[in-house]
Design a protein around this ligand. Sequence first.
Ligand code: SAH
Length: 513
Amino acid sequence: MQNKQSRGYVWLVGAGPGDFGLITLKGLEAIAQAEVLVYDRLINSNLIDRAPADCEKIYVGKQAANHALPQPQINELLYQKAAAGKRVVRLKGGDPYVFGRGGEEGLYLAERGIPFEEVPGITSSIAGPAYAGIPVTHRECASSFHVFTGNFKDEERGLDFANLARLEGTLIFLMGFANLNYITQGLLAAGKPADTPAAVISQATTPRQRTAVGTLADIEERCAAAKLSSPAITVIGEVVNCRPQLNFFERQQGRGVLVLRDARQSEIFIRKLQARGLTPYCCPVIEIVDRWLTPEIWAAIEGLPKYSWLVFTSPNGVRCFMDNFYSGGGDWRAFGHLKFAVIGRATAQALRERAGFDADFVPQKQVSDALGQGLAERLTPADNVLLPRSAIADNRLLEILSAKCPVTDLKIYDTRFCTDKEEQLREQLAKANIRYVPFTSASTVDGFVQACGGPEAAASLLTENACQTVAIGPVTAGRMRQLGLEPDLQAAEHSLDGVIEVILQDLEGEKND
Ligand code: SAH
């Protein structure tokens, strides 16, 4: 570029769609030697920082209705600076000649004899979809792509929808976010099928990228639910279906984990996730409601002397039983003769912290069958087991233990499903940086499915948002399968730590692919 430095010269440089790395080498070189940098909005600020310290930086960015500097004045500014002998870089988002008015600027300079060149950029119309996992062409479904502006100052000069609807290729709209309704309605009215896949990608290629996916019929609604805003790119066509497999970018940055458990119980999980660099998003779909000193609970507390084993299948059971015992005026010495069995480490820890007792039996595998079988080996017909647990627990453990000795199944807490969460779930998942949806109990599976409005809706919500499901263990995985949700991952250790471990392994594996 040496020879161009002695006199005024203009580079019309495409900055790419947003990601700093998506500028060309030639564009970056031009910026590095600029004396004047004239730039728009939506330009990655790191690029502006690449200009020399003494470079004059002029912002001329436009907002839809609010032109910071009208185009004729931008043209004149470029001309004046170059005519004064400056090396001028005109930095524009995406590619300067794709709806960028770069052509007008070039013509204005050419007419006035100012030497210039255009440095093409990566246009958001291709890179935005790509970063959302959508190839603009695909041998099987789109042999062309068509890029339109969706910004019409004069509706009469709007789009020729009859023509558009006949195209088999992918339809891409820039600047169309405010006119999404006009575009979708126009295409539908012209006979484009309502179930044609559609996606809107907002703030593409930036860390704030978010994508809504749907069909021509519902994409507008999906965008509203996800609260997407401009700048955004609309893509219409079968290629949108590639997204679940190709969505590399949001997936990479997606260290988001949806926490579905009871709000009061989520705290430990949240802290554990954060400690490992994952981002928790909370949407409780179940609520744990303690039972308080019911006649059965009273009877169990008063009858403690007759039991020989106290068995807990969750930290919740420990907490709720001990709270009842304490509030009911219980005396800790009543536990002196008892042995404790717990399902796993977290429950053992809760027993230690809440009551100061060490568990006498913890199965190696943290599942209720292992607890049942391991404990059954230790029981004699003379034993008597008290089993305080959820009112919705299944009967398997009870059956295994009852085969050996008397067992009291004490319903100590209820699990309620939060049915008013659909909107919140949709909104959070549409943020797209939620990558993992762990189910930490069979009841969170039920809660999630109910919140979504049924198994099919739950499954499609997860697929649409390219979420990976994680089962804490085989019982939870079994419940998921019953409801048509195939677990993508399953924890080796059936605990919250195990869930986090398998997520991290998954992220790690992807990096190495
Ligand atoms: N020359 C640019 C387009 C300029 S028109 C290019 O080639 O990309 C401005 C429109 O581009 C916006 O309204 C929006 O539709 C789209 N756009 C540009 N950058 C975008 C981004 N990072 N995310 C989403 N849309 C973007």
